[in-house]
Design a protein around this ligand. Structure first.
Ligand code: UFG
Length: 343
């Protein structure tokens, strides 16, 4: 079976973990990334972990000529996993056009290049943000899609629709994976999330606070209708997420998909509150996290967690890691960053 996989955005957080899992499963990986929010040194880390350096081309998906030239040079690509996108919820509200331009243009250019190159298998990195605040929990794939709370979220929904339309019209076979909240890092602590500047997301902010880089973690609101008043999310280990991508691309390559466009929720099925996360982190790390309750953050939903039954059944995938593992690995990664900075 042809086994070369193109990973767009493969130098980023989820893309790099997925590239490792693909290589470990025997796939040949070629990463394209414009390095706007990542570092080419990630290739060396992947090589340290897997014993093999992935192919790498610095390329911006918004440049369609470069993309066509890339596919001309690599006619043997069997499938594509598409991560490359801007991903800051906050920033997208300030610069919506930057997000619509980059995320939509990049996806359309990729689909055009794949069509021209007769490459028909695509896994798309989507998000549970397409459900907004769902009416029913846990949320399954047939829950109605809602206008997202951010332009970033809208780009995920719109890209799904573009891919779906193309799959209906042409020979494209596609899977959209709707992630809940990815956290944690590879157990080697050689790769992990590298937020630029002040983190927006809970776990990087928490580990930076524990490491003394931030004074205090702000807990955004304690007046939600949840067991302790703080927001609930379905956190999932990034390595579990990476393994789901391997299952999804294999399903397409083995032509086991049931429809030309399929979607799967990727979560554990269990929701944890912000205070649950802080308590569990303190337990596994032995480090106290200074925190304070503040107002709600604009745009946050109250609670969401996945019904992952379809992914369990159809992809043969199930999250393996629990919250302790996720937070332990996030802490090991934060500590490894601190020791690198010291040396
Ligand atoms: N939170 C805090 N303090 C912080 C950061 C977050 O209390 O400093 C809380 C939030 O209010 C929320 C929870 O922690 O209740 C998780 O917040 P994150 O920012 O970590 O994650 P979100 O659920 O807001 O966003 C994530 C992804 C997005 C994706 C979205 C889909 O980061 O890419 O899930 O719901 F769109």
């Amino acid at each position: 079976m042809a086994n070369k996989i193109l990973v767009t955005g493969g130098a980023g957080y989820i893309g790099s973990h997925t590239s490792i899992v693909l290589q470990e499963a025997g796939f040949e990986v070629h990463i394209i990334d414009n390095l706007s929010n990542s570092d080419a040194a990630v290739m060396d880390r992947i090589a340290e972990i897997t014993g093999k350096i992935p192919g790498f081309t610095q390329l911006d998906l918004c440049n369609s000529e470069d993309l066509h030239a890339f596919f001309d040079k690599h006619p043997d690509i069997a499938g594509v996993i598409h991560f490359a996108a801007h991903k800051s919820v906050n920033e997208s509200s300030t610069y919506p056009l930057k997000y619509y331009h980059n995320n939509l243009t990049g996806t359309i250019n990729l689909l055009q290049a794949m069509q021209r190159a007769n490459c028909h298998n695509l896994v798309f990195s989507s998000s549970c943000t397409v459900y907004g605040q769902p009416d029913q929990l846990p949320v399954s794939e047939d829950a109605p899609l809602k206008k997202a709370f951010s332009p970033y979220g809208n780009t995920k929904r719109m890209c799904e629709e573009i891919i779906h339309d193309q799959a209906e019209a042409d020979s494209l076979q596609a899977v959209a994976l709707r992630y809940f909240n990815p956290i944690g890092a590879h157990h080697s602590a050689r790769i992990g999330e590298l937020p630029v500047g002040i983190p927006n997301n809970l776990v990087p902010y928490l580990t930076q606070t524990a490491a003394g880089k931030r004074d205090s973690l702000k807990v955004f609101g304690q007046d939600y209708d949840t067991h302790d008043g703080t927001g609930i999310r379905d956190y999932i280990h990034v390595v579990d997420l990476a393994e789901a991508h391997l299952k999804a691309i294999s399903r397409l390559l083995e032509q086991k998909n049931k429809e030309a466009f399929e979607v799967f929720n990727l979560g554990t099925g269990t929701g944890y509150s912000v205070l649950d996360i802080i308590k569990t982190f303190e337990k596994v790390s032995g480090v106290r996290v200074t925190h304070e309750i503040t107002d709600r953050r604009a745009g946050d939903i109250e609670k969401v967690w996945a019904d992952p039954a379809k992914a369990n059944r159809e992809l043969g995938w199930k999250a393996r890691f629990g919250l302790d593992d996720m937070l332990r690995s996030a802490w090991a990664w934060e500590q490894s960053l601190a020791s690198r900075n010291d040396s």
